[in-house]
Write a protein that binds this ligand. Structure first.
Ligand code: ADP
Length: 546
């Protein structure tokens, strides 16, 4: 027997019309590319998104067309999110930190018809435009006063397009499985791969995000995505915040510690979300100024493992850390680390230990860990294996890439994350490594994340990464690549003595290479690929790890 309830398609545009009606005074504060702060409300954003949708329709954008964006976090990028998906087209967010070759590849692969770009990226796109389709429509996201002289063919001014249209829009109805967004992962090997989100997956993910990050997602809260809108929809915040009635404070292009500190303090941001590298910058700034931004009560850390030393630093200043894990292919949130009220007040060391794990799965995401034969492993906190996921916000296959899809899905229809993990009895996930980053020494696995976390806790080390280096006897051995906190790096003996407090002798790095900074990927994570290319042939003696 079927239930007898209405079936209304889940549509992204309904989030914004709801926010406009119910949370109309909340909205977005943006640090703009042109300079200065801009303030707007969800009411105004809904009206302007309608104007934009009309303008895009006039340019010939229709159902299923891809409209690419190359932009920082700001209100115009938000309007593009809603106008493009709301009219039935697809927002393809491009990561500006991709290489020229990758960017040309994805513009071609996605079949983009329009490219909307911030002023910052005009020089970059002028160079790439000859490799883009000749009929590409370029929209520069600024007003007429700031329109640059440009060689981009037929470049249009965003604000002029809007001025020509009347506000609001009668958002069309379509199947909730209609494609809404497209995001390519940076691709550690081979070409980037596209995840094609639907209206249904995006709205369900917004519910999930609001539910699993409930401390941030409250009416009137002021929250800041450092995580970019060009990467996995800023972890879903631009959909969950208007749904929940929170105001977003958008950092624009200014992501250094000092700029973030000023914006957070000035705008009384309660919760801020980003990858660990960003928080290293903010913690530095907090140390310099001797105070945290005044309203900061929560820091959501994801994208790569949050080192315990970082968690401790924030917790000590009463900024509660929520460690989250996810992937582009998962919209992205898979697990979040808010502690339940019933879990009581843990003392700092226990709290840091629990929060160093990647949190518990959110409703709607199923997790399984399997051994190399695909056999399920128990959730006992000890067994580890490759992590697979299943759910309505998880990709069912890469956009126009059957080979990558076949590689990623198992025969039960689960998606393979490529992460190696354990899950404990309480449901906490612990990521040990990316499968390809694990170090296999003499038949035993060494977790690069464990060694990195320990290294970063050394007062003389500002940042660190561990890679495997080939070894004639042990197959692979770990090498630590580190950035010193002061002018003189600590000695190798000193670092190893520190690591030896928690690691077995055979897990200690064979060598330490000191560098001024670590290379980052397009999404701001430490690039192990670059480190492997640079230091993979680092010579080790046969005696090491005896
Ligand atoms: P990209 O590599 O393009 O940045 P994603 O952002 O989708 O793509 O990266 C997802 C991967 O990032 C995960 O599979 C995992 O390896 C890593 N990751 C994300 N969050 C965490 C976390 N909290 N701890 C450890 N690894 C993480």
């Amino acid at each position: 027997m079927l239930g007898q309830m209405m079936h209304r398609p889940l549509r992204i545009a309904d989030i914004l019309t709801f926010a406009s009606e119910i949370h109309g005074k909340e909205g977005i504060v943006s640090s703009t590319v042109e300079g200065g702060l801009h303030r707007t409300s969800y009411r105004e954003l809904e009206q302007r998104s309608g104007q934009l949708a009309r303008a895009l329709a006039r340019l010939g954008v229709t159902n299923g067309d891809r409209v690419a964006t190359l932009a920082w976090n700001g209100y115009r990028h938000f309007e593009l999110y809603y106008a493009v998906s709301g009219m039935g087209a697809v927002v393809h967010t491009i990561n500006p930190r991709l290489s020229a070759e990758q960017m040309t590849y994805i513009v071609e692969h996605a079949g983009d018809k329009v490219l909307a770009l911030d002023l910052t990226f005009v020089p970059l796109i002028e160079k790439l435009a000859p490799h883009f389709p000749a009929d590409m429509i370029y929209v520069i996201m600024t007003d007429s006063a700031h329109m640059p002289e440009t060689s981009l063919p037929g470049a249009l001014c965003y604000e002029e397009l809007l001025t020509a249209e009347s506000p609001g829009f009668d958002w069309p109805e379509f199947d909730e499985n209609t494609a809404a967004g497209l995001c390519y992962t940076s691709g550690t090997t081979g070409h980037p791969k596209g995840t094609l989100y639907s209206h249904r997956s995006t709205v369900l993910h917004a519910y999930s995000c609001a539910l699993s990050l409930y401390s941030a997602m409250r009416p009137g809260n002021r929250i800041l995505p450092v995580v970019p809108m060009f990467h996995v929809n800023a972890w879903g915040m631009p959909y969950a915040a208007p749904m929940a009635g929170a105001t977003m404070v958008m950092p624009g292009p200014r992501l250094d510690g000092a700029a973030l500190w000023d914006l957070m303090d000035g705008e009384e941001v309660f919760s801020a979300w980003g990858v660990p590298t960003v928080w290293l910058g903010l913690l530095d700034e907090i140390a310099k100024r001797g105070a945290k931004p005044r309203a900061l009560g929560e820091v959501v850390i994801g994208g790569s493992a949050a080192p315990p030393a970082m968690i401790e630093a924030f917790e000590k200043m009463d900024a509660s850390v929520c460690h989250a894990w996810g992937m582009t292919e998962m919209s992205p949130i898979g697990t979040t680390g808010l502690l339940h009220a019933s879990e009581g007040d843990l003392a700092l060391p226990e709290r840091v230990a629990v929060k160093s794990k990647q949190g518990r799965r959110v409703f709607g995401v199923d997790l399984k860990i399997v051994d190399e034969n695909g056999a399920r492993q128990p959730h006992d906190g000890k067994a580890s294996g490759e992590l697979y996921v299943r759910g309505n916000v998880i990709t069912s296959g890469y956009f126009r890439n059957d080979a990558a899809t076949a590689d990623a899905m198992d025969n039960e229809g689960w998606f393979g994350t490529g992460d190696v993990a354990s899950i404990d009895e309480k449901g906490f996930l612990q990521i040990t490594d990316r499968a390809k980053d694990l170090i296999k020494s003499g038949g035993e696995w060494i977790s690069s994340i464990d060694v990195e976390n320990m290294a970063i806790a050394h007062p003389g080390i500002a940042n660190a990464a561990v890679i495997a280096v080939p070894h004639p006897k042990w197959d692979e051995r770990p090498v630590l690549i580190a950035v010193a906190a002061g002018d003189t790096p600590p000695s190798n003996e000193d670092v190893n003595a520190h690591l030896a407090q928690h690691l077995a002798k055979w897990q200690l790095p064979d060598d330490i290479i000191w560098v001024d900074s670590l290379p980052l990927t397009a999404t701001g994570k430490v690039s192990k690929l670059t480190l492997r290319k640079t230091y993979g042939a680092h010579a080790l003696s046969e005696q090491s790890a005896e």
